[in-house]
Design a protein around this ligand. Structure first.
Ligand SMILES: NCc1[nH]cc(CCC(=O)O)c1CC(=O)O
Length: 313
């Protein structure tokens, strides 16, 4: 293949860093690639994500890919809508970064060390619900903006702390500013947090094969697939108060052979702000079934089991 592959990306520092890693990996495999920045309405608006809706960061990029303006699109997986795009193939899920959330607080403080009434910024209902449920007496303040501007609110003294995805800070080379990495038992990350989704056009089989063979990590793909299936079955978008994390664990099968399995945890906030939690283990090869089964359990707990998530694709 001697064509130059155009990789589309958003223009944020985080998106450019992520796309840079993908481009490097493809170049190392001998591909000829160039990076093209695509501006999205999400980048131009300052309204809360909950108002402008899921897909604001990704649909313009997907359109540019489907229309042939670029050949590959790199997304933060957690920002993608749960509905598949029939024009595109999710050709690769590269090895996932640390999926956990991280606290960036003034004076090196951890969550437990923050004083009563401390102002903690996040734009995510999932993070807000889990923070409130910890019962620390902190005030959750709604914010948005890019990683740099969120951290600046702490540096400037407007906030005592912010909660961010550790993966984003890692990709930007800013993990030194983390004052605490939050354990999943306190704060389950967004489904697919820390993972990238690399797409091409569904009929571009050469590119699909290159991406799959060069970048795809099957364990990361399975883990993320189960988390996203849980999210889809709960009919929740990226900004919904749903957390999920699948760990790939070693287990023994009936014959005593070592097998890899998925251990999935989920959390969902009710309208009253209570947290419902559930967990389950399943086969790596049945990741989506596991996610849907756990969603059904959460819906059951919430008393809305009539939504019948198992019947949905
Ligand atoms: N919604 C914004 C967004 N999308 C992906 C990441 C971080 C990187 C990732 O999770 O892959 C972030 C920033 C954040 O949540 O702090």
């Amino acid at each position: 293949m001697n064509r130059t592959l155009r990789i589309g990306t958003r223009g944020s520092a985080l998106a450019l860093a992520q796309t840079g890693h993908v481009a490097d990996a493809l170049r190392a495999a001998g591909a000829d690639v160039e990076i093209i920045t695509v501006s999205t309405p999400g980048d131009r608006s300052h309204a809360p994500i909950a108002e402008i809706g899921i897909g604001v960061f990704t649909s313009a990029l997907r359109d540019a890919l489907a229309d042939g303006e670029v050949d590959i699109a790199v997304h933060s997986y957690k920002d993608l809508p749960t509905a598949p795009d029939p024009r595109l193939s999710l050709a690769a899920v590269p090895p996932r970064e640390d999926p956990r959330d991280a606290l960036v607080a003034r004076d090196g403080l951890t969550l437990g060390e923050l004083p009563q009434g401390a102002r903690v910024g996040t734009g995510s209902p999932r993070r807000a619900a889990q923070l409130e449920a910890l019962g620390l007496g902190v005030e959750v303040v709604a914010i948005r903006g890019n990683v740099d501007s969120r951290i600046r609110k702490v540096v400037d003294g407007e906030l005592d702390a912010v909660v961010l995805a550790r993966a984003g800070l890692s990709r930007l080379g800013r993990t030194a500013e983390i004052t605490e990495t939050l354990e999943p038992i306190q704060m389950l990350p967004a489904p697919a947090q820390g993972a990238l989704a690399v797409e091409c056009r569904v009929d571009d089989v050469d590119t699909e094969h290159l991406l799959q063979s060069t970048l795809d990590d099957s364990a990361s793909r399975a883990a993320v697939a189960s988390e996203r299936a849980l999210l889809a079955a709960l009919e929740a978008g990226c900004s919904a108060p749903v957390g999920a994390l699948a760990d790939v664990v070693e287990d023994l099968d009936d014959a005593g052979e070592e097998v890899l399995r998925l251990s999935l945890r989920g959390v969902m906030a009710t309208e009253d702000g209570d947290l419902l939690r559930a967990s389950a283990t399943g086969d790596l090869t049945a990741a989506e079934e596991l996610g849907r089964a756990l969603a059904a359990e959460l819906l059951d707990l919430s008393g809305h089991a009539t939504a019948s998530p198992a019947g949905r694709s």
